[in-house]
Design a protein around this ligand. Structure first.
Ligand code: PAF
Length: 284
């Protein structure tokens, strides 16, 4: 596995790959790799001839009171895991190269970036869209892989790629879970043992929703939201930040469940914020 740190070297390498007719699969990450990231790398391995992953804790997607400084960082461990999962090139740019003094250009996906996670984390998706654009420019992938856990991010990136006529495919891969259902996240390491025991309530709430809608025929968003509130409230260590029932493409709220519906939920467990979601394909 080759490690590349200079943006210009990344461009030179991706040009070389493209000139040779290689298919570049790309997995962007913030580092602190876990099984969720590794599943994306393995998927990229299956359908690309060159697998590029990036490690970059992107400062512009963290708010001033968020965990940029304490975000888990372990590039040596990440490099080993990325290599074992099948990465050919690991791109680790420096913050000062990505955002040099005087940097002024940002990408915003209107509407999709300011609701749900975007409302709880102002500026987050502007930072995500900007760094993903910059990484796409350097890596020049044919296909890029994102996890379903960050559903809003995946929807927003698809829209950005479409609107900005970027010439690549986006593939969204299933959420990887611990045995008790907790979605894998780099932030899970911040949970105390008690918080870790309480956290799977998030996934249990979503499973109850899935069963109520798909098996019992529930179609009212209000009832779905009440079910989530009641389930999360059974766990005193977990506080609901938001839950919503929205169209899985436009993120517009739906009163009735019909078509492709996204149910995203965010909770706080101690000082840690966790998100999860389910997509329901509902026929009338
Ligand atoms: O999902 C993430 O890890 C990040 O938001 C991403 C896509 C790597 C951009 O920094």
């Amino acid at each position: 596995m080759e490690i590349v740190t200079r943006p210009a070297s990344m461009t030179a390498l991706s040009r070389e790959f493209r000139a040779k007719g290689e298919r570049i699969g790309f997995v962007p990450t913030l580092g602190a790799l876990h099984e969720g990231h590794l599943s994306l790398i393995r998927r990229a391995r299956q359908c690309s001839t060159q697998v590029v992953a990036s490690l970059f804790v992107n400062p512009t997607q963290f708010g001033p009171l968020e965990d940029f400084q304490s975000y888990p960082r372990n590039p040596e461990r990440d490099a080993d895991l990325a290599r074992l999962a099948g990465t050919d090139v690991l791109y680790i740019p420096k913050v000062e190269d990505v955002y040099p003094a005087g940097y002024r250009t940002y990408v915003a996906v209107e509407g999709l970036g300011t609701v749900l996670e975007g409302a709880s984390r102002p500026g987050h998706f502007r930072g995500v869209a900007t760094i993903v654009t910059k990484l796409f420019n350097r890596v020049a992938p044919h296909v890029a892989f994102f996890g379903q856990k960050d559903a809003q991010q995946a929807i927003l990136i698809r829209k950005m790629v479409h609107d900005l006529e970027m010439d690549l495919e986006i593939e969204v891969c299933p959420t990887v879970r611990e045995e008790d259902g907790l979605a894998m996240s780099s932030r899970n390491v911040h949970l105390t043992p008690e918080e870790r025991r309480a956290a799977p309530i998030l996934c249990r709430a979503l499973r109850r929703v899935e069963s109520a809608v798909m098996k019992e025929g529930e179609r009212h968003a209000k009832c779905v939201l009440k079910l989530i509130q009641e389930t999360v409230a059974t766990e005193p260590l977990v506080f609901l930040d938001y839950a919503a029932v929205v169209d899985a493409e436009t993120l517009e709220p739906s009163d009735r469940l019909q078509g492709s519906i996204l149910v995203p939920v965010a909770v706080r467990v101690g000082t840690t914020r966790l998100i999860d979601n389910v997509i329901l394909k509902v026929e009338e």
